[in-house]
Ligand binder design. Structure first.
Ligand code: DGP
Length: 114
């Protein structure tokens, strides 16, 4: 499926509360935050799932993760820490079939997840 809500957000068809954008990624606040800071980062080069990245160029994958790290720093999370979550497929709890990393922070998160 390539017409998910995140495809529409990236196309500019649905407004979001964006926190960062460059040539590789768009980052915006999650509509249903699970922590004081809950930002989603999506790559502009489409992938449905994390599992697709195994076939992608290392440079593309690296730029995505470097962007996630940079965005967490911009959100002022480096000192206290944060969690990066990528849900993959039904058992992973993925609801939107467009690859996205969750950045969660601003409180002490518990482990393990449910
Ligand atoms: P996941 O379960 O990993 O697929 O998480 C999808 C997340 O996307 C979930 O935390 C809620 C968020 N979300 C879904 N629709 C929208 C939307 O239209 N706008 C924003 N900002 N977030 C959305």
């Amino acid at each position: 499926m390539s017409n998910t809500i995140f495809d529409k957000i990236l196309a500019g068809d649905i407004p979001v509360d964006s926190v960062f954008e460059d040539e590789d990624v768009l980052a915006f606040n999650d509509v249903n935050p699970k922590a004081p800071v809950h930002v989603l980062v999506i790559p502009k080069k489409r992938a449905s799932r994390f599992s697709e990245l195994s076939g992608r160029p290392i440079e593309e994958i690296g730029r995505f993760f470097a962007a996630v790290s940079r965005i967490a720093a911009l959100l002022d999370l480096d000192e206290n820490g944060y969690r990066v979550v990528i849900n993959n497929g039904p058992d992973g709890g993925q609801e939107v079939e467009y690859l996205h990393a969750h950045i969660l922070g601003g409180r002490r998160l518990t482990w393990p997840p449910g």
